[in-house]
Design a protein around this ligand. Structure first.
Ligand code: GTP
Length: 297
């Protein structure tokens, strides 16, 4: 059992930094292009999202205009920053040093208020809209921003990511968030490991069915592309949305890619199980996925 609980998630950042876009892509099946139609968020928009049927994400997307910030840090301070499990702050990558310094100050005031009200909070900083930065400047810009953020956040520990709605990076961030929230993910990973070793599969990954975020995984043979789980999340999510629109069932997919076979089966607790194998005994693997499902049920 994974434990049923309410998880409080706060998403903040300055106006137009991409908060609602991120939330809509991960939790509402938006395509990146659809986010161009989004309007500025007025104060705070709260949404609830049941995750694995065992956690309830309580997501607060906080509008980023300056007047709202003053209100968050004064009138709303006592309630807003209490009992937060996850704090996600978005910085626009293309902002120059002056804008970034303003953003840092704002982030620092919020972080200090949150750490007081929620000492166990997990903090994620996104250097977002990275697609607007020239490819050869991205790595250095990210490292500089990350170093500065880590320094000013001390003693709080933070995790930084470079992201864009135009690639698979947001799936990586949110899968890390999920991983951080699951207290007994190791048990789940051990079962996946036993299965992968026994069946000599390259990789076994459990995805949440609606968001396609990675819940747990075991990699026996590392893929040449280390971003594969995130790319699979994005690809399958888009594919599933098309099947949904056409009312086609998606209980299982089987994809053959040169020497690899990839199985994606509807699994327990609102998940999909993905198995990557080079084995030709595909029927046996399919049968064993069903046995594994029975083991969990
Ligand atoms: P407020 O509600 O005003 O606080 O804004 P927000 O942070 O919720 O921003 P929103 O998600 O509404 O996005 C603002 C604009 O940025 C939209 O036109 C998005 O399409 C665009 N956007 C979001 N993420 C990205 C990204 O990664 N790259 C690029 N190029 N544009 C993005």
């Amino acid at each position: 059992k994974l434990g049923k609980r309410k998880v409080n998630i706060l998403i903040m950042g300055r106006g137009s930094s991409g908060k609602t876009s991120m939330r809509s892509i991960i939790f509402d099946n938006y395509e990146p292009i659809d986010t161009r139609r989004l309007c500025a968020t007025n104060e705070i928009e709260t949404t609830h999202f049941p995750f694995l049927g065992l956690m309830l994400f309580n997501i607060k997307d906080c509008g980023g205009q300056d007047t709202f910030f003053n209100d968050y840090l004064s009138h709303k301070r006592r309630h807003l920053f209490h009992n937060i499990d996850v704090f996600v702050y978005l910085f626009e990558a293309k902002n120059g040093d002056e804008e970034f310094t303003k953003d840092l100050k704002q982030f620092q005031s919020l972080l200090s208020a949150i750490c007081k009200g929620s000492p166990l909070v997990n903090v994620f900083c996104l250097i977002h809209k990275m697609d607007l930065v020239k490819p050869d400047q991205r790595e250095k810009l990210f490292k500089d921003r990350e170093n500065e953020l880590i320094n000013i956040s001390k003693p709080a520990k933070i995790s930084c990511y470079m992201t864009s709605i135009w690639d698979e990076s947001l799936y990586g961030v949110w899968s890390s968030i999920v991983n951080r929230l699951m207290s007994n993910v190791h048990k789940l990973e051990n079962t996946l490991k036993l299965f992968a070793e026994e069946m000599e599969c390259d990789e076994v990954i459990l995805f949440e069915r609606a968001t396609l975020l990675v819940v747990a995984k075991y990699v026996r043979v590392p893929p040449s592309d280390e971003k594969r789980p995130q790319r699979v999340s994005k690809t399958i999510k888009n594919f599933k949305a098309k099947l949904d629109r056409n009312k086609i069932s998606h209980d299982l997919f089987e994809i053959k890619l040169s020497r690899l076979t990839i199985f994606i089966h509807k699994f327990i607790f609102d998940t999909f199980l993905m198995v990557v194998t080079r084995d030709t005994l595909t029927e046996l693997i399919s049968f064993n996925i069903k046995s594994l499902k029975a083991h969990f049920s």
